[in-house]
Design a protein around this ligand. Structure first.
Ligand SMILES: *Cc1c(COP(=O)(O)O)cnc(C)c1O
Length: 236
């Protein structure tokens, strides 16, 4: 596949700016940028952008809609591009069978029923499915996520699924919160979780607008869309 040179230059420039922000935030926090995994969230953007990102060295790719992701993953594979897919959006139980076909890491497990559905679906894979539990920092059910009070119980349910590996936690900072406070609360929940599940070391936090605050609070995975790919059309 030939990659569009203008789009490649645009994404390369965006990527350089994002990497500079990550490096500055790591320097300020006394962290090694090598600890940070940049997940490019390519929702609404075409498979060709995924190929360009891979060419630029970004091979961790996130999507938030099962149908769009399934089609894009097939196109990207067809183009001969190898990437690792992350599913970062809310997932309905009846889509579990589809998501286990392409995703390596599912970021937003937020109920026992979803954990069990993913566990059953992941039996069809030749390797376990890695998952994160999405925490709702303000316990508002609207954006998804389990309230921190329910985290321990849900982690037990995930851990009981032989086909799932609990890798850690994910959260989106509530709009009305200062990101630093939101991610500090997430980090505290993650530390508590690790006393029962020491291998759950992933902290998926930080997007285009708040990645610095996330890095300062210990994020290991950033989910960055618009800062890399451009502003998405509204209504998603
Ligand atoms: C779209 C999306 C992102 C990326 O958001 P940007 O603000 O564009 O960086 C991150 N996480 C989730 C869950 C998303 O749906």
């Amino acid at each position: 596949m030939t990659l569009d040179p203008a789009r490649t230059a645009e994404l390369a420039g965006n990527l350089a700016r994002v990497r500079a922000r990550i490096e500055a935030a790591c320097a300020a926090a006394g962290r090694d940028p090598g600890e940070i995994t940049l997940v490019a969230v390519t929702k609404t953007y075409p498979a060709s952008d995924v190929s360009i990102l891979a060419e630029l060295g970004v091979t961790e790719i996130g999507e938030n809609r099962v149908q769009e992701a399934t089609a894009k993953a097939a196109q990207v594979a067809q183009a001969g591009t190898e990437v690792r897919w992350h599913f970062v959006g809310r997932l309905q139980r009846n889509k579990a069978r589809l998501v286990v076909r392409f995703a390596e890491l599912v970021h937003a497990v937020d109920s026992d029923r979803l954990a069990e559905a993913l566990g059953a679906a992941a039996a069809a894979r030749d390797r376990p499915l890695e998952v994160l539990i999405q925490v709702s920092i303000d316990a508002d059910p609207a954006r998804g996520g389990v309230p921190i009070a329910g985290l321990r119980q849900l982690a037990e349910t995930v851990a009981k699924q032989p086909t799932l590996v609990l890798r850690g936690l994910m959260a989106v900072a509530p709009r009305s919160w200062a990101p630093t406070e939101a991610f500090a609360r997430l980090a505290a929940a993650a530390a508590a979780l690790r006393s029962d599940h020491p291998a759950a070391t992933v902290l998926s936090a930080g997007m285009s607008g708040d990645l610095e605050a996330a890095i300062a609070q210990g994020a290991t995975h950033l989910r960055v869309g618009s800062a890399l790919l451009g502003m998405r059309a509204p209504l998603r």
